[in-house]
Ligand binder design. Structure first.
Ligand code: G1P
Length: 286
C-alpha cells in the first residue's frame, strides 16, 4: 500500500514576480486555500498518511501554515468564530508532514533526493509537483487514480494528459508500447520528435530505486541539474513504467492563466460565491 507522498515546491516562481518575491507560489490562494493545501488534501483523500514537503531555505512560511497557531485559534473562538477556528486547527492535523530543505535549485530530481531517507528500501510513493491541480468530478481524485492503478501494475506510474501538437514542447512526452506500457520518454520535444501527445503533468508514483537512478543519471545538459525524468529514463532501461491518463480538468497554476482558471473553476464550486461569480462572468463576456 502506498502511504507516503513527496511534494517538491522549492522553486523560484519567477513568472509570478513580484508577488512571489516574499510569498512562495505554493502559498498563493485558490479562493481561500493555498495551493500546497490542495495538494496535501488530495494526497490524504487518496489514503496518504505521511508527506515530505521539499522547500527552499526561503520558504519557511509553508511550515508555519501547517503548524498550530494557538493565538489565532483562541482569538477566533473568543469571538464565537468556531468554524473558522476549526479551519485553522485542521490545517495542523491533515497528515504527518515532514519538511526537507533543498539548499540550491538544482532540479526536480535533486529536490526529490533531499527526501531519500523518507522512503524505506523498495518503498513506492506518490510524487506531486507543486504546480499541478486537477479538478475532478470523478469518484477518485488524481492521486487516488494513480494509487489504484499502482495496485494493479506494481510499477512506477507517470500521470499524463493529452495536449495539442503545439504544446508538446512544454512537457515531457511519453511513448507507449502497448496500452499503457512506456517505451520512451522525451523531455520537451519539438512536435516532429514527440512520440505521442501524452504529456507528463507532475503526478507520479515512483520508488526508492527511481531515486537511485536519478543519482546515476546525468541530465545530458551542462547545467548540472538532476531531473526526475532522467532517473525514470535510466529505470526504464531495465524495468517497466506505466502511464495513466488522469481523469479531470487540469490546471497548471505555475502560469498566470492557469492560476486564474483554477480560481474560477474552484470558485464556481464554492457555494458562497458561485452565483455572484457566474453573474460576473456573464458580464465580462460582453
Ligand atoms: C517538469 C518535467 C516535465 C513535465 C513537467 C510537468 O518540467 O521535467 O517532464 O512535463 O514538469 O509540469 P518543468 O515544468 O519543471 O520544466
Amino acid at each position: 500500500m502506498i502511504k507516503k507522498a513527496i511534494i517538491p515546491v522549492a522553486g523560484l516562481a519567477s513568472r509570478f514576480l513580484p508577488a512571489s518575491k516574499v510569498i512562495p507560489k505554493t502559498m498563493f490562494p485558490i479562493i481561500d486555500k493555498p495551493i500546497i493545501q490542495f495538494l496535501v488534501e488530495e494526497a490524504v483523500e487518496a489514503g496518504i498518511e505521511e508527506i515530505a514537503i521539499i522547500l527552499s531555505p526561503r520558504q519557511d512560511i509553508v511550515k508555519n501554515h501547517f503548524k498550530e497557531d494557538e493565538f489565532l485559534e483562541q482569538e477566533l473562538r473568543s469571538r464565537g468564530k468556531t468554524l473558522e477556528a476549526e479551519t485553522v486547527h485542521s490545517t495542523t492535523h491533515l497528515a504527518k508532514i515532514h519538511f526537507f530543505t533543498q539548499e540550491h535549485p538544482l532540479g526536480d530530481g535533486h529536490a526529490l533526493l533531499q527526501a531519500e531517507s523518507f522512503l524505506d528500501e523498495n518503498e513506492a510513493c506518490l510524487v506531486l509537483f507543486g504546480d499541478e491541480l486537477i479538478g475532478t468530478s470523478h469518484e477518485r481524485n488524481a492521486s487516488a487514480q494513480l494509487i489504484k492503478y499502482y495496485n494493479d501494475v506494481q510499477t512506477p506510474i507517470i500521470g499524463v494528459h493529452e495536449v495539442s501538437e503545439e504544446e508538446v514542447h512544454r512537457y515531457g512526452i511519453v511513448g507507449l508500447n502497448e496500452e499503457t506500457e512506456i517505451n520512451s520518454l522525451v523531455e520537451k520535444p519539438s512536435p516532429g520528435d514527440a512520440p505521442s501527445n501524452l504529456a507528463i503533468i507532475g503526478k507520479y508514483i515512483i520508488n526508492s530505486e527511481v531515486l537511485r537512478c536519478i543519482k546515476e543519471s546525468s541530465s545530458g545538459t551542462t547545467d548540472k541539474e538532476l531531473r526526475l525524468i532522467d532517473g525514470l529514463k535510466t529505470y526504464l532501461e531495465s524495468k517497466n513504467i506505466h502511464a495513466l491518463t488522469l481523469d479531470g480538468q487540469r490546471f497548471d497554476t505555475g502560469n498566470k492563466l492557469g492560476l486564474i482558471k483554477a480560481n474560477i473553476y474552484f470558485g464556481l464550486k464554492d457555494k458562497d460565491i458561485t452565483d455572484s461569480l457566474k453573474n460576473f462572468l456573464r458580464t465580462v463576456e460582453k
